[in-house]
Design a binder for this molecule. Sequence first.
Ligand SMILES: [Zn+2]
Length: 315
Amino acid sequence: MYEKYSFRFAAFIVLALLLFSTQPRDAYSQSIAFTFDDGPQLKPSPLLTPAARNQAMLDALARHKVQAALMVTLKNGADRPEGLALARAWGVAGHDVGNHTVTHLDLNSPAVTLAQYQNELLECDAVIAKLPGYRKWFRYTFLREGNTPEKRDGMRAFLKARDYRNAYVSLDTSDWRLDQKLVEVLEKNPAVDIAPIKAAYLAHIWQRAQAYRELSQKLQGRDISQVILLHHNLINALWLDEVIALFEEKGWRIVTPEAAFRDPVYQLQPDRPAAGQSLLLSMARSLGLGKFEGWERLVDDGDFEIDALKAKVPS
Ligand SMILES: [Zn+2]
């Protein structure tokens, strides 16, 4: 008896030593990778041309020496030469270029078939595969994996067969909602003071970052390498610089998307009939943690910040 236990104890010590010696202590310290969806976006916006918006985001990344990923939605611009040039600029600057369908269709819609969704992946792939930085990375539109188990499993098998990675998001944000607000107020009054929107945006990003960090500690018992979802839009053209600086100031380590995806958490496939959203939120749901503390602020689409802005910015 005694010998058996001491053997087990010795084996445990050896295992623990192995784990600690092969894994640098900071392997899981808080890190973050930046990804940008729906780009390149040629839709006009106030203040900046599409090319200027693209360049502003690239400049901010370069200033902070951040290597990021652009997830291309073909019909937003890359199906035209001027848009394709903007996508190419990301690859040329050393960023990864991934796939985010052609028309941004919703796999959770009963009207969208699995075959239709797969065709859009292939159609986007045919264009982006020629770009520098091309990766076989697929970002689900709306972060939705399908409204039926057949669609979910069909798409997961399709990605696996083609050696595609599900380019998961762990740190979901509502940057798009604050961008809508920004565009709306600028369209009404180009001279409006947008400083309150900037402050609200940075506060929103930091709130989500902390909340998802807490959620990763709750679910994984550690800090995972976070993958943040932002969009190719005006708000990031204006303030990505400050967003990156915020994470730097808070001591987060910025890593490449590839390095972040090496975190074993991104091998998980939450078992839910309709999987999607942030991987962390999806895991929480699959574990039955539907309404954990603070969940409302992870699914509110930025309502909190938009409400708070009402008093500060004319709408
Ligand atoms: Zn999208």
